[in-house]
Design a protein around this ligand. Structure first.
Ligand code: NAP
Length: 248
């Protein structure tokens, strides 16, 4: 039997990058997968077809993770289409980097709303259905930047640090209902998000990574698979770094 056979998952921001890697890994492990995107409709359709080709139910939903209203409608639709949600991965995220002297209120709000409020939006909608379902696994994608901070990323670091506190609180609130809540803190993973960085920043990261390579989306997805599955039934409230020992 596959690790996620019979489970139903929602992954936010899965049209590319880490979210896409998690959606593919979950479907390969037998899960039915609902996933969201913001604007990459064509890529989302391609992924939906690829996942369906693996013999599971899969569906793409256009939904803004930062919007409470969108998330409410999204969960209603997914519950109607899939019947239940056992696993939620809050992955959708953005960067809008700037030094504090130049950071606009808009840059601050956009990053906090997309990265942190989104996690509240989803958890708020899922708490009841998961309680009714007598369990669930919520996985929040934070970052080692949320633990260490990073000059030029105060908005991003604050959003990711907030996710860690939120994760621990939800694990304590919902633990007695068999709902687990964990976070994954990737280091430097090769995706379109990190492609945007200039060469000097990439070299600086690289020189500090003890494993002397960047990570892959599959390496993050495998940790998500563990946290989503029944291999981790007594793991909750934790943050697992996937960073080649960058954060030690
Ligand atoms: P990415 O390649 O830029 O992909 C971001 C994904 O999120 C896309 O599918 C995008 O959809 C979606 N998205 C963005 N804003 C959204 C919104 N408001 N509503 C719904 N979906 C939205 O990023 P990534 O590198 O895979 O990062 C994924 C997560 O891992 C983020 O939370 C990021 O902070 C975290 N992380 C990444 C790294 C890294 O090194 N890459 C390290 C640490 C943490 P569209 O395609 O439609 O825009």
């Amino acid at each position: 039997m596959k690790l996620l056979e019979g489970k139903k998952a929602i992954v936010t921001g899965a049209s590319r990058g880490i979210g896409e890697g998690i959606a593919r890994t979950f479907a390969q492990a037998g899960a039915d997968v609902a996933f969201t995107y913001r604007s990459s409709a064509e890529r989302a359709q391609q992924l939906e077809q690829a996942l369906t080709g693996l013999g599971v139910q899969a569906k793409a939903y256009q939904s803004d993770a930062a919007s409470f209203e969108d998330t409410e409608k999204l969960i209603t639709s997914i519950l109607a289409d899939f019947g239940a949600i056992d696993i939620a991965v809050n992955n959708a995220g953005i960067t809008q980097d700037n030094l504090i002297l130049r950071m606009s209120e808009e840059q601050w709000d956009k990053v906090i709303d997309t990265n942190l409020k989104s996690v509240f939006n989803m958890t708020k909608q899922l708490a009841r259905p998961m309680m009714k379902n007598r369990g669930g696994s919520i996985i929040n994608i934070t970052s080692i930047v949320g633990m260490k901070g990073n000059a030029g990323q105060s908005n991003y670091a604050a959003s990711k640090a907030g996710i860690i506190g939120f994760t621990k609180s939800i694990a304590q609130e919902l633990g007695s209902r068999n709902i687990r809540c964990n976070a994954i803190a990737p280091g430097f993973i090769e995706t379109e998000m990190t492609d945007q960085l200039d060469e000097a920043t990439k070299e600086n990261y690289f020189s500090n990574i003890p494993m002397k390579r960047f990570g892959t989306t599959a390496e993050v997805a495998n940790v998500a698979l563990f946290l989503a599955s029944d291999l981790s039934t007594y793991v909750s409230g934790q943050t697992v770094s996937v960073c080649g020992a960058l954060n030690t």
